[in-house]
Design a binder for this molecule. Structure first.
Ligand code: GLY
Length: 393
């Protein structure tokens, strides 16, 4: 922290402290969670008992989505975290309502996003309440998710669209969905879910990463031989580029996979991804990445706050697994949380159900560019919860 002398109008000189951008005082997670609660209370009133869940802002209006949308679980998930933080019943009631909007998704075998949807909503709900109905929904969801596993390939299929481009696309994001499967084996004792999850993580480790430990977005496989056919992007700048959110999903996915399996190669991969992100010459000083590390036009191109929020949350967990790197990873996570809380928070004087601005969903389609997006908020609040709990240790 540097000291500067400021001349007052009176001519008196006074010594005050000022901070450069990367020296800002680390935020207080409890205070930030309280502020989030105050803001979201207005959003709850505004939303009422709709059966739709918020996703983003579009042309100045809140866009609500049905349960089929891949983002539908983040809003109830965030409400569960606010309930955990405050202990107030109103959040539990709201989190229950918006989770139940997703109930039918337990049978939706047309998506790999079941882990995101059901894990964030019912997963947090079950963790906090022990509600047996949530448990049944989660187990059925895991059963549905493993129907998308192909043992020849060793991965869960991601998308069913664009069949002209990809026979069997698997995206790096899909690492997030296997958390539900690890949970299902712990809960039921049936190893099938764990076996699918670990195979998916192993195959992804083998095929999705480049020598510099950045990842491709989409790897497509041959369903007969199980061999890799293509390594592409969909939401990134180029096939060979490092799409920012993809790197964050990989970091979070391998950190979580290490937690669930104790496999050293998963830990090493998570550490290498963290190094790729944090040492990248194109990572801005405030540690909120541009939408793709390799996209041209910096600094006048959109950031992706969601990638920063996912990264911060993952780094707090990873720091606990690496004594060598603990201080460095914690400091990076703190810097991201401080940046997000200081410079990317939406003002609290509206009813929008969002906390952070400046995420980028799909730049290539000019869709959700530089706007609030619900998954940024979910991982931001999760990171605040993780930071708060680390401070209480
Ligand atoms: N999982 C989709 C995305 O990150 O945009």
């Amino acid at each position: 922290m540097k000291k500067v002398l400021i001349g007052l109008l009176t001519g008196t000189l006074i010594l005050i402290s000022s901070c450069s951008d990367n020296e800002k005082k680390t935020i207080d997670p409890s205070l930030q969670l309280d502020l989030a609660g105050e803001q979201l209370e207005k959003s709850l009133k505004w939303l009422g008992d709709t059966i739709l869940n918020p996703r983003t802002m579009e042309d100045g209006s809140v866009r609500l989505v049905r349960s089929q949308d891949w983002t539908s679980g983040f809003w109830p998930g965030m409400l569960w975290y606010i309930y955990e933080s405050t202990g107030e019943e109103q959040w539990k009631d709201a989190a229950h309502h918006f989770s139940m909007n997703l109930e039918q998704e337990m049978y939706n075998g047309g998506t790999h996003d079941t882990g995101f949807k059901m894990g964030c909503s019912f997963g947090n709900g079950y963790r906090l309440t022990g509600n047996e109905d949530y448990r049944d929904i989660l187990i059925q969801s895991a059963k549905t998710l493993i129907t998308r596993f192909n043992p020849t390939i060793g991965c869960i299929r991601s998308w069913d669209h664009n069949t002209d481009k990809w026979d069997y696309p698997v995206i790096i994001d899909n690492m997030m969905n296997i958390e539900l499967l690890f949970w299902a084996t712990k809960e039921t004792g049936d190893p099938v879910y764990y076996e699918v999850a670990i195979k998916h993580a192993e195959t992804t480790l083998r095929n999705h990463f480049r020598d510099d430990h950045s990842s491709f977005h989409v790897v497509s496989y041959d369903t007969i031989s199980g061999e890799v056919v293509k390594k592409n992007t969909h939401q990134g700048f180029a096939h060979e580029s490092a799409w920012a959110r993809g790197q964050a999903w990989g970091l979070y996915g391998y950190t979580m996979s290490y937690r669930e399996t104790g496999r050293e190669e998963f830990l090493q991969q998570a550490i290498k991804i963290a190094e790729f992100i944090l040492d990248h010459p194109n990572l801005p000083e405030d540690k909120v990445p541009y939408w793709d590390y390799d996209a041209p036009g910096k600094p006048d191109i959109p950031r992706d706050v969601s990638a920063a929020a996912i990264t911060a949350s993952a780094l707090y967990e990873l720091a606990g697994f690496s004594m060598d790197k603990k201080a460095e990873l914690m400091m990076a996570a703190d810097q991201i949380l401080t940046s997000l809380s200081s410079d990317y928070r939406l003002s609290g004087d509206h009813s929008w159900p969002f906390l952070l601005d400046h995420s980028t969903g799909n730049m290539n389609k000019d869709s959700e560019v530089d706007v609030p997006i619900i998954y940024a908020d979910y991982y931001y609040v999760e990171a605040l919860m993780r930071k708060k709990s680390l401070m209480q240790e």
